[in-house]
Design a binder for this molecule. Structure first.
Ligand code: SF4
Length: 346
């Protein structure tokens, strides 16, 4: 049997049962693929179910508010994914008559939809032969062919995409893509591949030579640089001052405590606070320090308790004074969610 047939036979009996499996609705497949791009299935399934329950159709999402979309996303990280989902849903609703494009190249022109997501949608919903290659698939392919091409270089990505494109089933392209993903997630796992029960072990060169753990090959990683940000907890009369983040950056559109970047002494933070937010703080005390890992950097986050004049109902400089009991209505990035929840537990 050829590789695709072996994989599909295995998939028919062993494929994972997931809430979006079986759907041919491009909107549902799109949402699921975006959520699971940087998120494990166990972690993201609840998010998917809540999102699809609140926004079951593209039109319903197009009519949604950014704050609500971000709140549903809260804790998943990589918030540009949620903002792009909303932007593109509105774009399709307004400019494409609410109909998801079937053409592969048209899909890739939509904001937030790259080659991988477009390949999933095109193959699963429209039976087009586009191989979807993600981290799991890179690993399986590099082991199957004992292929030393680095999976994290542009050349490597193109190389494995081409290879997958040669192998994909012409009859069942969507199932083939999902079979390879499932094989990577459940059998050809990163640290302990279960080669004895693998449906394609007779094909696998790494298995034959017992060199599975040498693959996939990655280019040397660059050093992660660190940066310091300071959050000011201004807590007066059961209200907390928050600020909606504008400008660029991964947390754009989310709320946060008044933030000041840089390694600064309290006296300099107070001066910056006046300059940036027009708030005169009388004293600053560091109350917590946490590290937060992003893709290419590690944030050193410092939380300060700040004493200031009454700030209730203040709305200048984009600041909002929100009752502590209502803080959960606003979307925040993970480090702030953790910090604010710990305050409420006290
Ligand atoms: S035989 Fe082992 S290494 Fe090869 S694809 Fe299967 S699980 Fe992965």
């Amino acid at each position: 049997m050829d590789l695709a047939s072996l994989l599909l036979t295995w998939y028919d009996q062993n494929g994972r049962s997931l809430p979006w499996r079986g759907s041919r609705d491009p909107y549902i497949i799109w949402v699921s693929e975006i959520i699971f791009q940087q998120t494990r299935i166990e972690q993201g399934t609840g998010y998917f179910l809540r999102f699809a329950d609140r926004f079951p159709t593209l039109d319903s999402l197009a009519g949604g508010e950014e704050d609500e979309v971000l709140r549903l996303w809260q804790g998943l990280g990589y918030y540009s994914r949620a903002r792009n989902l909303l932007f593109t849903a509105r774009y399709i609703h307004e400019h494409l008559g609410g109909k998801f494009p079937e053409d592969f190249d048209s899909m890739k022109k939509l904001k937030g939809i790259g080659d991988y997501t477009a390949s999933c949608i095109a193959s699963i919903c429209f039976r087009q032969t586009h191989a979807a290659v993600d981290g799991n698939v890179y690993r399986v392919l590099s082991r199957l062919f004992a292929d030393s091409m680095s999976i994290d270089t542009q050349a490597g990505k193109l190389h494995f995409k081409k290879l997958a494109q040669q192998l994909i089933s012409r009859d069942r392209p969507g199932d083939f893509n999902e079979a390879l993903m499932d094989l990577g997630a459940t059998v050809c796992k990163p640290r302990s591949p279960s080669c004895s029960i693998c449906p394609v072990n007779s094909w696998c060169q790494a298995n034959e030579k017992k060199i599975q753990m040498k693959f996939p090959v990655k280019a040397p990683t660059r050093e992660k640089s660190g940066s310091v940000i300071n959050y000011l907890l201004i807590n007066a009369e059961n209200h907390i001052v928050i600020n909606k983040r504008s400008g660029k950056g991964i947390w754009k559109g989310l709320y946060e405590l008044p933030m000041i970047p840089g390694e600064l002494a309290p006296v300099d933070l107070a001066a910056e606070c006046l300059e940036l937010y027009g708030l005169k703080v009388n004293s600053l005390t560091e109350i917590r320090r946490v590290k937060h890992l992003l893709t290419h950097t590690e944030l050193d986050i410092r939380f300060y308790s700040a004493q200031t004049n009454a700030v209730n109902n203040r709305t200048d400089n984009n600041l909002l004074s929100v009752p502590i009991g209502k803080i959960e209505q606003y979307p925040f990035a993970k480090p702030l969610v953790d910090f604010l929840s710990s305050l409420q537990e006290k």
